[in-house]
Design a protein around this ligand. Structure first.
Ligand code: SF4
Length: 335
């Protein structure tokens, strides 16, 4: 099924689980501008949140207040999505995520079931620490998991362990990624949350992961609190982030890697605005998550009505409460 034929309404009906949301921002037929610059595969993936425990304590964790009451996607929903995949081949890939999916003891079984249902790619979103047990990483690959979406919080041992608040997290994650890097068919993708603690680390992050041959895309997710106020003071000022982000984007592209930036004003990125990709795979999650998420109140920008961007999410309430609406800095894209 080509991406232009993808029918999100039919997909949501087949999933039939409350809380499921499609994640595309720009309509698929207008996504051509991203060709060659990003994996641009979000509409082809469905993401299931199947584990809400985690054993890191990342300072920027967006769901720390909700983890204890969110319920993982049920085995029945998982089975229904697999059955639908068998019948329709609707999706190209499945993402198994949560808080930390590698805490599920049956992860290899889930991957095998998904693979036999016809998913071409099985991706896990992980902090990567357990991949440092290389025999475990091998078992995941054998079970069919061929894409590893790893959360890299810092640019080295000191900064990563400080942000994740667990000593040894960087070493284990790097050992795992370097081990997986030896598999020619495996893809590595990273995501890094951009906060007041990490924005200045972005160029070093790119440099320190440069040796990973299978690392095909790096993603930089600008932090937003799931609340009206940034109580932890982690949202960095856009103008402070910008020079580091620009350097990181250019370094990724110079190294032949795709890059995606999320939750950052497109106009501030200027000629690098094509790096902004706010799309996400279709997400199956406990509906209670959205009650918290929607407190962000995205799409606040004083120029919204005059701006042609289809991708930009504007500003959040928490950002405006901290820094103002920065109307003089923002430049609406011509209609
Ligand atoms: S003017 Fe506002 S909506 Fe347009 S790109 Fe800038 S921040 Fe986004």
């Amino acid at each position: 099924m080509g991406s232009s034929e993808f029918d999100i309404t039919a997909a949501l009906a087949a999933i039939n689980a409350p809380g499921t949301r499609g994640g595309l921002t720009t309509p698929i037929d207008k996504l051509g501008r991203l060709k060659g610059l990003s994996l641009k595969d979000h509409e082809k993936y469905v993401s299931l949140t199947m584990e809400f425990r985690c054993n890191l304590k990342c300072v920027h964790c967006m769901i720390e207040g909700t983890m204890d009451h969110l319920k993982p996607t049920s085995d029945e929903t998982f089975a229904r999505i697999c059955q639908d995949q068998r019948e329709t081949g609707r999706w190209e890939g499945l993402v198994l995520t949560g808080s930390e999916i590698t805490l599920r003891r049956d992860l290899t079984e889930l991957a095998q079931q998904a693979k036999s249902a016809g998913f071409k790619h099985i991706r896990i979103q992980t902090h990567g620490m357990h991949l440092g047990r290389t025999d475990y990483a091998d078992r995941l690959v054998e079970a069919g998991i061929d894409e590893y979406f790893v959360s890299v919080a810092g640019s080295d041992r000191e900064s990563h362990d400080c942000i994740t608040q667990v000593n040894g997290a960087w070493d284990k994650m790097m050992r795992g990624m370097e081990h997986l890097d030896q598999y020619g068919h495996v893809k590595l993708i990273t995501n890094s949350v951009v906060t007041t603690e990490s924005y200045m680390l972005l160029p070093d992050m790119v440099a320190n992961l440069d040796h990973l041959k299978q690392l095909i895309q790096m993603e930089f997710w600008n932090f937003f609190p799931m609340a009206e106020i940034d109580e932890k003071g982690l949202a960095a000022r856009h103008s402070d982030i910008l020079p580091y982000l620009q350097e990181a984007i250019l370094a990724c592209r110079a190294g032949g890697r795709y890059v995606e930036v999320k939750n950052f004003p497109e106009c501030l990125l200027a000629e690098l605005g094509d790096a902004l990709v706010n799309a996400q795979p279709t997400l199956v999650i406990d509906p209670a998550f959205w009650t918290e998420f929607d407190r962000n109140e995205f799409h606040q920008c004083p120029h919204r009505m005059d701006c042609a961007s289809t991708e930009c999410l504007g500003l959040t309430s928490a950002y405006i409460a901290r820094y103002g609406d920065e109307r003089e800095l923002l430049n609406p894209l011509p209609q």
